[in-house]
Design a protein around this ligand. Structure first.
Ligand SMILES: *Cc1c(COP(=O)(O)O)cnc(C)c1O
Length: 225
């Protein structure tokens, strides 16, 4: 299926989810995750009107960046090794996987501009997942104050891989609560207005629970069907 057709379907699902909970679909931004697909397929997404692309590895990002330069808004969404920061830092607008102080310090040191970051939270506590525990997030943000190139735009999570809707909702609600708490502090370097949550199999639930950015790969640019 063409990306344009898939996008139409995704947009409808977003609308329906928003309607259910009385949200404006304009509040939800789609990040097309192109990590599994070619630059050609990613171009289809851009031509269909997608503005934001997400990659989870530095190699993938660099390869696509060669092709599209800074035409899309670039999101780095995967776990990021400190030594790889320098490879991507002048190419990305957002980093969704800020999960430790050493990484924040390296981003701050290497970047010439403010990087919009999401603190990645491991809500479910699964060992296989990256991110810090919810209790660690506020103390962590307090330590970012001296790092002038870091701005915490929001929180990000990956829900457990399950079809159990209650588990998914619980995970997204925890993140939303934490985001609200941080936002209420009105910290100038951590406005924390955004919630990056929801992937192909759970984005409608994430939207019902308040997602402002959904990271969609398979359902939007996947080539299997
Ligand atoms: C791959 C990936 C996605 C998108 O996954 P799909 O299930 O293909 O939509 C979203 N977020 C992160 C962090 C990813 O690595």
């Amino acid at each position: 299926m063409k990306v344009a057709q898939k996008l139409e379907k995704v947009n409808q699902q977003i609308k329906d989810a928003c309607l259910k909970v009385n949200r404006n679909p304009d509040e939800v931004r789609i990040i097309a995750v192109t990590k599994y697909v070619s630059s050609k397929r990613a171009l289809e997404a851009l031509e269909a009107g997608i503005l934001d692309l997400g990659e989870n590895r530095d190699e993938g990002l660099l390869e696509k960046w060669e092709t599209f330069q800074d035409k899309p808004i670039w999101h780095f969404i995967g776990s990021l090794q400190t030594r790889k920061v320098k490879n991507i830092i002048d190419k990305v607008d957002y980093i969704h996987s800020l999960d430790r102080l050493a990484l924040a310090e390296e981003i701050n040191k290497r970047s010439l501009k403010t990087i919009k970051c999401f603190v990645q939270v491991n809500v479910s506590g699964e060992e296989s997942k990256h991110g810090m525990s919810p209790e660690e997030v506020i103390p962590f943000i307090e330590r970012l104050k001296p790092l002038k190139n870091i701005r915490v735009d929001g929180l990000m999570t990956m829900a457990p891989f399950t079809n159990d809707e209650a588990v998914l909702r619980g995970c997204f609600q925890t993140l939303k609560q934490l985001q609200g708490q941080i936002k209420a502090y009105q910290i100038d370097f951590a406005p924390c207005t955004e919630l990056s949550m929801g992937m192909s199999n759970d984005f409608t639930i994430a939207i019902e629970e308040g997602a402002t950015m959904v990271r969609i790969g398979t359902a939007l640019v996947g080539e299997d069907d």
